[in-house]
Write a protein that binds this ligand. Structure first.
Ligand code: PGA
Length: 270
């Protein structure tokens, strides 16, 4: 596992975007797993910049981690009432790159048959050849996607209930500004499972800010537990890169060791 510590959010985002761009350059039809939240916003901005300098997304395929249940683009409804992750992804990244519509996969929050949809989503990921690189944030409660504390570490794409902490975090980050009442927020979501995420060939987790310092230390250096579902990162068998800013890394016991490893690898061209 490579743990990379950068000075600030801007540097963290640049580093993460370069990793994603590197995967696309190496495999132009690669399958990316994408994430929402406030953390990846600048990573996406950096990717758009790299796209403007020539990075081609025309063969890239994407699968998003999660979506609220009961929301999504709805014909005839004002666009600004749509608090879906689909809208977020289009505004923050997809509308600004040359990706093909048919190559974008985001869980359908308005599906009439969520169970069937989840099975279909898993099949589509398999049919694509599997996710080459999964981008992940980390929730305040340690979740990946909406795999809240107590979710099985082998879980697959499913409908889940959101915890109070996630509802509070998302209310403050997204709903408050849109003047939407807490009670009107969706309480369920479709999410890739931890097992689904662990099937990705490579994982790229990003985190910034002091508020993530405790949970990052628990996730990376604490015991593997379903109470912090992202701690399953310690079980992943492929390539893992964690990119943190100094604040998010500030509670890591072994931060100096991670810095040393990065320096040594650079020195030896590894
Ligand atoms: P955040 O959310 O990026 O808004 O902090 C991360 C997550 O919940 O995965």
């Amino acid at each position: 596992m490579d743990i990379i510590i950068r000075d600030d959010y801007e540097q963290m985002s640049k580093y993460a975007a370069e990793i994603i761009a590197g995967h696309i350059k190496a495999k132009p039809d690669c399958v990316l797993g994408l994430a929402t939240g406030s953390t990846p916003i600048n990573t996406y901005k950096e990717l758009i910049k790299i796209h403007k300098q020539g990075l081609d997304f025309s063969r890239v395929r994407t699968f998003n981690l999660d979506e609220y249940l009961g929301v999504g683009p709805e014909p005839g409804k004002p666009y600004d009432l749509d608090q879906s992750y689909s809208r977020f992804m289009h505004e923050e990244l997809l509308n600004h790159i040359n990706i093909k519509k048919e190559n974008i996969h985001i869980p359908d929050g308005r599906t009439k048959d969520p169970k069937k949809f989840c099975m279909w989503y898993e099949e589509e990921i398999k049919k694509s050849g599997g996710i080459d690189l999964q981008l992940l944030g980390i929730g305040g409660d340690g979740h990946w996607g909406f795999n809240e504390p107590g979710s099985s570490l082998g879980s697959r794409t499913a409908v889940v209930a959101l915890t109070q902490q996630t509802l509070d975090d998302n209310y403050n980050a997204f709903y408050k500004n849109a003047n939407i009442e807490r009670s009107d927020m969706p309480h369920f979501a479709i999410t890739m499972g931890i097992g689904t995420i662990l099937d990705a060939k490579n994982i790229l987790m990003i985190a910034n800010g002091k508020k993530k310092a405790d949970i990052i230390a628990k996730c990376l250096e604490g015991p593997i537990t379903s109470q912090i579902t992202s701690s399953a990162i310690q079980l992943h068998s492929g390539g893992i890169t964690v990119v943190l800013d100094e604040d998010a890394a500030s509670k890591l016991t072994n931060a100096n060791r991670y810095r040393h490893i990065e320096k040594t690898k650079l020195q030896y061209g590894l």
